[in-house]
Design a protein around this ligand. Sequence first.
Ligand code: ZN
Length: 215
Amino acid sequence: MVTKSIEEIRKRLVKAGKELYERGLVRGTSGNISAKIPGEEAFLIKPSGVRLSFIKPEELVLVDFQGNKVRGKMSVSLETPLHATVYRERDDVQAVVHTHAPIATAFGIAKTEILPLQVELFMLLPNGIPIIPFESPGSEALAMTVQKKIRDYDAIILENHGVLTVGSTIEMACNLNEMIEEAAKIQFLAMTISGKDLLDFAKLKEKFKTMNTVK
Ligand SMILES: [Zn+2]
């Protein structure tokens, strides 16, 4: 039963990787995804140096919650400590998606927060999407910085780096990553069109106060 479920997770991760690539959220060998194995303190993660669009199910590497390889021929993704930290910190998270989605990443470089200006995104992320200070990719320092924020947020922008999202399924974590890129695009267009200051989060919360949010 467990074996079957691991095989299913492998297939879903491969499909998700292809979709992230097709939608332009990752390019080259950038980005990584992982998913927890139900009932185990272990997760499957993309191997290092492979394009997400070309990944094969058997290439995904099984890793424990300390980030140590348990099974797999290839090297683990550079960002394995980051993924392991999220799973240790959040019992409810089943999948972690990290991309360099270009518009959202540009907001992080510009140190401008992406706000859930569009109402459906607000319902998913009513507390917004914080930017965390730059730390080197793959470092313990990055993992520790993420650890503090991921307790309260399902999506984080990594300054000068990219986007991190989590979810209760692989598909939900991917969907959130895609929605953040869409939100960044909408915010960029709205700011360009209006020239007004749209970034008053308190006013936005007041406007959307009757909405049902997930948190
Ligand atoms: Zn990255």
